[in-house]
Design a protein around this ligand. Structure first.
Ligand code: DX5
Ligand code: ZN
Length: 216
């Protein structure tokens, strides 16, 4: 059974309490929080004060996806705001190994996200230093995009690599996940499914989370 991480980006920002209530009444384990800086990605979302506020409304694990440059400048602040997992983009980190160590030194789980064009070989040397690898199955910056089908092969190859190295690194898949493609994504090796629009645009988000959770 995959871990389900609904992405708050697709929620109604006028009703953040309601989104947290949905989380609390659902089987979702993680809340995925997409932070965008308008530099690494061509969009700006929300940041530290919003995360700090919603921390009071749900005890779920905060899976913070930093689509920002110089993430090392803000790691401590995200921890103080309530993050449990901090994922940085390989493409945004000139010293990725150092960034992962910094996150772990804050007692947080450390994740690496890679864009669709980024080869797995670029993170192979630091795989053992990451608790999670987030395979971007869309180009980051926006919710509601179509799943890039070549991501499936990339997920399988990453799974093989993790098994070959006897690691416990989780594979998270982010972007365009639907109830239709989720079984293939899980079969390819995904441990965590991020779902924005699929969950928050569903008529019954709690049932949708339940249906995604049932996939094996
Ligand atoms: C894209 C974000 C995703 C996004 C997913 O830049 O990283 O987490 O919220 O949204 P959906 O599931 O709607 O594609
Ligand atoms: Zn994300």
């Amino acid at each position: 059974m995959p871990i389900i991480a609904p992405s708050l980006l697709a929620a109604d920002f006028l009703q953040l309490n309601n989104a947290c209530e949905i989380m609390n009444r659902s089987e979702a384990e993680w809340l995925h929080l997409d932070v965008m800086d308008g530099r690494f990605v061509p969009n700006i979302s929300f940041g530290i004060p919003v995360i700090q506020s919603i921390r009071k409304a749900t005890p779920k694990i905060f899976d913070v996806h930093l689509m920002i440059e110089e993430p090392e400048k803000y790691a401590q602040a995200f921890k103080e705001a309530g993050a449990n997992i901090l994922t940085v983009h390989a493409e945004a980190c000139r010293h990725l190994h150092r960034n992962l160590q910094q996150i772990k030194s804050l007692d947080l789980k450390a994740g690496i996200a890679i864009n669709p064009h980024t080869p797995l070989s670029s993170i192979e040397e630091v795989l053992a230093d990451a608790d999670l690898v987030c395979i971007m199955s869309v180009n980051p910056g926006f919710g509601g995009q179509k799943f890039i089908s070549s991501s499936l092969d990339k997920i399988s190859r990453l799974k093989e690599l993790i098994l070959k190295k006897s690691l416990t690194t989780l594979i998270e898949v982010d972007g365009g996940v639907t109830l239709e493609n989720a079984p293939q994504i899980v079969k390819a090796g995904a441990d965590v499914l991020v779902a924005g629009n699929t969950v928050f645009s569903a008529p019954d988000p709690i049932k949708m989370i339940h249906d995604l959770k049932k996939i094996s």
